[in-house]
Design a protein around this ligand. Structure first.
Ligand SMILES: [Zn+2]
Length: 453
């Protein structure tokens, strides 16, 4: 009898410690029948670029990751959405939608893919000085992302996991960088969850840093850009999996535009976008197929609210003209409130969430001191992947839970002449950044979250 009780206890504990995963997916394409009569402003390039149609469907996709069933242990939700960027105000609406549906979770990360062929959810790409936000559409994104999260939890089952980091010169060649230092974070980091009983793929969460803007500024069709083919290819190779994409450190300026691909495929074509997406998927699946299962006995998530001083005059004007349509309220001290986070799966995978477009040297290390910098004596921020994380596999989710623009190392900040490295004209970057304090404050908060100080 005694032995049986012990056995039952061990079994119960064993069950509770079992990794569980599930995935959910919802369409977030604009609800438009006739594009000639609609005003869908595509975000990311010039203002007032109205969509004339749709090329491929947009998605909100979530994975739910936990140890034990969701009822016993609230899961972490990681959602990837086909969107230029979603502000913290709207992420809060998604969290409230979950709470009102009595969903209990450990954390919710909503990472925007930053596709430049999706409807304007930030307001910056409307006509003239008007907001480009269509509130009906933003509400659709909020509701359906919540739906995808609920579905992910509902589908959670005992699961096995594999994690890979794919490093390859080919991945690096898909990224063109127009500002020194030419530093990329081109590794693909992917987590695959498989049904513990059947071995069937459940989900692949893939993290890679490159602007989804291969289709360029002349395109007028709604699209997820290279992410569309990336996902369908993963789902062809790993049948049953829901592919979830999260972008990475893509600031300053990690872009497929200008990157050469075999066959001379040109910028601004679906062929180039599809080629990149398919190759990233192929390399990831090949690595996953060879990977051994990993133990995930614990899922952690922590986040921290921070206030960043806003020095960008353009952001202030946008705020005054209500371009964000009621979002991004200023604090009385001239700061904006945003959020950073960390997650950890067992001892295998760590991840950071940053609320914008991080310069890769802030993640990998390699910040440079150039002549002409505005703050030549600024302390160098600790490298997020390079020194704050310890796990063998490291994700950095960009545009996660907010979008404050470029996050530039303070030592490389350059808003006043002379320009960095003796350049004749201003470098591109600061114009789309909240200010020089963004990087030090985000790095400090992450150092606290990772316990590294
Ligand atoms: Zn960008």
């Amino acid at each position: 009898m005694h032995r049986r009780i012990v056995l039952a206890l061990v079994c119960a504990l064993g069950l509770r410690a079992q990794f569980h995963a599930g995935a959910g997916s919802r369409l977030i394409s604009p609800d438009v029948q006739d594009y000639s009569k609609a005003k869908v402003y595509l975000a990311g390039f010039d203002k007032d670029r109205k969509a004339t149609g749709i090329h491929d469907p947009l998605y909100a996709r979530c994975v739910a990751l936990g140890v034990g069933p969701a009822k016993a242990s609230p899961p972490l939700l990681i959602c990837g959405i086909d969107s230029i960027g979603l502000f913290w105000d709207d992420v809060l609406r998604i969290r409230k939608a979950l709470t009102s549906r009595k969903v209990v979770y450990k954390g919710l990360i909503v990472a925007a893919s930053h596709s430049h062929q999706t409807p304007d959810t930030m307001g910056l790409w409307g006509p003239g000085e008007k907001t480009g936000i269509d509130e009906k559409y933003t509400s659709l994104v909020v509701e359906r992302t919540a739906d995808a999260a609920v579905e992910a939890i509902r589908r959670m089952v005992p699961a096995r996991a594999r994690v890979v980091t794919v490093r390859s010169p080919e991945l690096d060649r898909f990224i063109d960088d127009d500002r020194p230092p030419k530093r990329h974070d081109s590794d693909v980091v992917a987590l695959e969850a498989l049904d513990a009983k059947s071995g069937k793929p459940l989900a692949v969460l893939l993290n890679w840093a490159n602007h989804p803007e291969a289709l360029g500024s002349k395109n007028k069709l709604v699209s997820a850009d290279y992410v569309a083919r990336l996902r369908t290819r993963i789902e062809e190779l790993h049948l049953g999996a829901v592919a979830v994409f999260a972008n990475g450190a893509l600031g300053g300026m990690q872009s497929p535009l200008g990157a050469e691909v075999p066959g001379g495929l040109k910028d601004g074509t679906f062929e180039k976008a599809d080629y990149i997406g398919a190759r990233v998927a192929d390399m990831t699946c090949a690595a996953l197929d060879k990977a051994a299962d990993v133990e995930i006995g614990k899922v952690e998530y922590r986040e921290k609210m921070i206030r960043i001083p806003v020095s960008n005059a353009g952001f202030k004007v946008a705020m005054e003209k209500n371009i964000y349509n009621g979002r991004k309220a200023w604090n009385p001290d001239g700061t904006t409130t945003t959020v950073v986070g960390m997650f950890r799966l067992g001892t295998v995978l760590e991840g950071a969430t940053v609320p914008g477009e991080l310069y890769p040297e802030l993640s990998m290390g390699g910040i440079e001191r150039y002549r002409g910098a505005d703050f030549p004596d600024a302390a160098l921020e600790p490298a997020i992947k390079g020194s704050l994380m310890r796990a063998p596999h490291r994700m950095l989710l960009g545009l996660a839970n907010d979008e404050v623009g470029y996050i530039i190392p303070k030592a490389e900040w350059d808003d006043a002449a002379p320009w960095l490295n003796g350049a004749k004209k201003r470098w591109y970057g600061e114009v789309n950044s909240v200010g020089p304090e963004a990087a030090p404050l985000i790095a400090k908060a992450l150092a606290e979250l990772f316990g590294a100080n």
